[in-house]
Design a protein around this ligand. Sequence first.
Ligand code: URA
Length: 428
Amino acid sequence: MTEPFDAVDVIRAQRDRTGLHPDALRWMVDAYTREYVTDAQMAAFAMAVLLNGMARDEIRVMTDAMIASGERMSFSGLGKPTVDKHSTGGVGDKITLPLAPLVASFGVAVPQLSGRGLGHTGGTLDKLESIPGWRAALSNDEMTAQLREIGAVICAAGAGLAPADKRLYALRDVTGTVEAVPLIASSIMSKKIAEGTSSLVLDVKVGTGAFMHDLDRARELARTMVELGADSGVATTALITGMDTPLGRAIGNANEVRESVEVLAGGGPADVVELTVTLAREMLALAGQPDADVEAALKDGRAMDVWRAMIRAQDGDPDAPLPTPRETHTVTAPSDGFVTELDAWGFGIAAWRLGAGRARPQDPVVHEAGIDLHVQRGDAVTAGQPLFTLGARDADRIPRALQALEGAWTIGASAPEVAPIVREKITA
Ligand code: URA
């Protein structure tokens, strides 16, 4: 077949901003998925997008082309509303784990197609795989049956969903082109729209541990995604939330599952509970239940019942002990004072070096590796008090993790101001 466009012309047009014809953009995505356009050409194009940006209608064409590269799922036969949540990724961000069963306990279907972590941010599937027996891969029929019977499903996105994004995301990861707003927005929204959810709440992280380090860029990303959702008939709300300090007290995999179960049992750290409850309210509002008593469902065990059923349905044992690290090292406070700094980026890198994350997509994660914080930013401490414990399978992982933590935490004389976790809400 004769190709209607030439990749070099498309790259030049994006490089010089001379105008991208929608058909040329659609072709570029399609030809890349067919492996006609090479990785080198797509990397050059992605870098031109990162440097020059894209107009809103170009981002929409790009998103539609990524959706068209694969299958579109539909849950319209379920007979109940569907609502999903997506986080742009952060350190200690385990919110999906308590959130999906909590929202499903109100009779809403929550199809949560998740990914694995790469780099310093963790992946939901990696966390859940610390539960003995739990299985991430479900067929579309299994997923639909679980949504009908239990209401919540967290599983791996199949190979057929937005395959263009799978290739492009992996390429961006190794070419320094992850942080482009048009590429992040089209990547996330193509998967969510193809998944067929009727509504969506986005948790757009801002801070040192997030892709977006400043509020203006986080706002731009949130607005772009909310508009893409609205254009495709998916009711979308975005919350911009802080990611300067780790979320909760657990950073890793098994320990994050443990903390999520505490939240489902009515306890858990205040910031994790606050974000879970706030996101659940937004999701339920989009699903037609603006007055749902979300806290009650955490306190009275309804959300926990859905969690247990959800884990069992995917062959996991919710009562099995979770793995614990063989080697630990605890850091204590050098003086009396307040925890003035716990930097999300430093702690994310440290947990990753301990084995909680992977350096290459094919690497396994060490489920028991990670960091347990005994304090959070703003807490008062006395000299000698344990601040955090590093856990690993092999002792030689600990010194490099400690190196990543140099300068990432400080004890000061006066209490720091602690910013609210939810910074802004953006609606269509
Ligand atoms: N998550 C995604 O799915 N895609 C991105 O580009 C960034 C975060």
